[in-house]
Design a protein around this ligand. Structure first.
Ligand SMILES: Cc1cc2nc3c(=O)[nH]c(=O)nc-3n(C[C@H](O)[C@H](O)[C@H](O)COP(=O)(O)OP(=O)(O)OC[C@H]3O[C@@H](n4cnc5c(N)ncnc54)[C@H](O)[C@@H]3O)c2cc1C
Length: 399
């Protein structure tokens, strides 16, 4: 049986950021991923300032565009509001997810972490001092062991439900996964890419192909977006705000809606490459348990106001690594819970803000007419939550 210091399920932003810090600290780390890299992942890959700051290395080689302006729109039959927000510092960097992830993985492997392609996880067994992980590979079933496992396999992965199974038993098998934990909720988003070469000179939506657009009219509890990349526009629709069931309004995100939205904004009707994925949410209520620490979408850490998840994935992966490096397994979960708390507080605020904002987006737009509040909202998106005093102002805005 092969032994590691840490096993990590998933080599996306959460898995890589955990593996990077652990490997740099001299730990023997193995990441297990069911996909070969580079691989496609549905994601508009907008990287806010706080995301770029959280990363341990520059991702400049894969940044395709840096945006200093955002167009915020709410154009419905009864209302037409458009706010252009311009800043001296860049608001958001644009990358293509396939290349961004491959680049981060390359840095992580160079730091000393290892990667193994798996078909999936077959079972987890919790022993007194370690976890045994049965994996399915092309060569058959193998067993690996480590004192701690990080579940970073995204919204559709197995680790969240496997970890849930270990709350009540010593072994959990993928063939009999327990239900999703109660705190977990889902958003959903669909996207496509349209090369600039295919676009008409004047766009029917009124923006230029290089504008970074958030559009709050097309669907309830979410937005449509246009993210300009090097040679194409990434256009999509997503639902993020929680409804009374916990999940966002998933049924509103359809291929028909994306097609209609793309036609209205880019004048294109045939979309060859629509892809989509659930976004993991509800993580403000996640309480770590045992020897499996969840990070990123697996832990439901996507921001329900903005749909942003790469930042949380990086920060939670790093928090898991820091907890492992700071203590032995006995108080590992408390340590991880403590380190995750600031992010969870932010997400709890975002959840309330999302419920208030998406119930009446036009009110949010009224707020944005005041330059001071506009820059505050923008700064929050790009840099994260401001100090407590400003947070008080934001809470009043969204109340
Ligand atoms: C359409 C769309 C647009 C988005 N746009 C943005 C954006 O612009 N900015 C932003 O910040 N966020 C965006 N997000 C959210 C963002 O994509 C996620 O929050 C982020 O990818 C989470 O990272 P992660 O490492 O937790 O999971 P992932 O990136 O999903 O990585 C999980 C990894 O685990 C692997 N895996 C899955 N199952 C298994 C298994 N059983 N065994 C082993 N490996 C497994 C996968 O192959 C993958 O490599 C968007 C999401 C969607 C769906």
């Amino acid at each position: 049986m092969l032994s590691y210091d840490v096993l990590i399920l998933g080599a996306g932003p959460a898995g890589c950021s955990a593996a990077y810090d652990l490997a740099r600290a001299g730990k023997r780390v193995l990441m297990l991923d069911k996909r070969m890299f580079p691989r496609h992942k549905a994601c508009a890959c907008g990287l806010t300032r706080k995301t770029l700051k959280a990363l341990r290395y520059s991702v400049e080689p894969v940044v395709e565009r840096v945006c200093h302006e955002i167009v915020l729109r709410h154009i419905a039959s009864h209302t037409a509001q458009r706010v252009l927000v311009r800043t001296r510092d860049p608001i958001c960097a644009m990358a293509v997810r396939e290349r961004f992830d491959a680049f981060c993985l390359q840095q992580t492997l160079a730091a000393g972490a290892e990667l193994c392609k798996v078909e999936g996880i077959v079972a987890l067994r919790e022993e007194t001092d370690r976890i045994e992980v049965d994996i399915a590979t092309a060569a058959g079933i193998e067993t690996l062991e480590a004192p701690v496992v990080i579940g970073a396999d995204g919204s559709n992965g197995q680790s969240r439900r496997l970890a849930e199974g270990l709350r009540t038993g010593k072994e959990v098998r993928a063939a009999a996964l327990p239900a999703e934990p109660q705190w977990y909720a889902r958003g959903f988003a669909l996207e496509t890419t349209v090369p600039y070469a295919m676009l008409p000179i004047a766009l029917p939506g009124g923006d230029t192909p290089q504008d970074l657009v958030f559009d709050f009219a097309p669907l309830p509890g979410g937005y449509g977006w246009l993210f300009p990349k090097g040679d194409h526009v990434n256009i999509g629709v997503g639902a993020f705000a929680p409804t009374p069931t916990g999940d966002a309004c998933l049924k509103s995100v359809t291929r028909a809606l994306l097609t209609e939205y793309t036609e209205a904004n880019l004048g294109i009707t045939t979309l060859p490459n629509i892809t989509g994925q659930y976004l993991g949410m509800g993580g403000q209520a996640y309480v770590p348990h045992g020897r499996v620490l969840l990070a990123g979408d697996a832990a439901g850490l996507v921001d329900p106001l903005t749909g942003e998840g790469i930042y949380s994935a990086i920060v939670s992966g790093q928090a898991a690594a820091a907890a492992i490096l700071a203590c032995d397994a006995t108080d590992l979960t408390e340590e991880y819970a403590r380190r995750l708390q600031p992010l969870q507080k932010t997400l709890a605020f975002s959840r309330r803000a999302a419920q208030a904002f998406y119930a009446h987006p036009e009110r949010g737009f009224r707020v944005m007419r005041t330059p001071l509040l506009r820059s505050l909202v923008l700064k929050t998106y790009s840099d994260g939550l401001p100090p407590t005093k400003l947070l008080g102002i934001l809470s009043k805005i969204f109340a």
